[in-house]
Design a protein around this ligand. Structure first.
Ligand code: 5GP
Length: 188
């Protein structure tokens, strides 16, 4: 059966760490859905690995072709979206597709995929810890950091709409819990 795992979390909740751990642990079963974004690549990112990095013009032409399963302007002037062809490609490989998307995008995907999908909300232990993690992340310039903190606060209010909430307190425990949860979903 075609299955999907949707991971959403406020920025700084450790979502990328959890997602990468799962992909490394279950490479035969899970595959990462590479999104399109109009933001610039970070120094260690590669086109076609973390994201497909497109210009705003290219993004808009994909939009006009109705190429996205979902898309959002996640930050001011920065677009992100999941391509239909990406999901189809990974399902054709017989994989369970793993999404790392923002909270609204995650709920949108869940609505479309229904019981095929498990929507997981990863939550920091507290807002103070979240802000501390975000501030220590050196890749963001000041105004982006402020925007990320504001968005993270707003996103925390959506947890009730997710199938599962995982609190990321002690990382080792979170990874074990995430693995158990995924295995259980795949066995269903
Ligand atoms: P970042 O710029 O830090 O890589 O990602 C910013 C946010 O955009 C994260 O919350 C990430 O999960 C989300 N995101 C990444 N790809 C997509 C996508 O295709 N759709 C939506 N709605 N959000 C995305």
């Amino acid at each position: 059966m075609q299955k999907a795992l949707i991971f959403s979390a406020p920025s700084g909740s450790g979502k990328t760490t959890v997602v990468n751990h799962l992909l490394k642990t279950m490479p035969e079963t899970l595959a990462f859905s590479i999104s399109v974004t109009t933001r610039k690549p970070r120094p260690n990112e590669e086109h076609g690995r973390e994201y497909y990095f497109l210009s705003e013009e290219e993004f808009k032409s994909k939009l006009a072709e109705d190429a996205f399963v979902e898309h959002e302007m996640v930050y001011q002037g920065l677009y992100y979206g999941t391509l239909k062809t990406e999901v189809e490609r990974l399902w054709a490989e017989g994989k369970c597709v793993l999404f790392d998307v923002d909270v609204k995008g995650g709920l949108n995907l869940k609505k479309q995929f229904g019981t095929k999908a498990k929507a997981i909300f990863l939550k920091p232990p507290s807002i103070e810890i979240l802000m501390d993690r975000l501030t220590k992340r050196s890749t963001e310039v000041e105004h982006m950091l402020k925007e990320r903190i504001a968005k993270a606060k707003e996103e925390l209010s959506f947890e009730d709409q997710y199938d599962v909430v995982l609190v990321n307190d002690v990382l080792g425990e979170t990874l074990k819990n995430a693995e158990a949860l995924v295995k259980n979903f795949l066995d269903q």
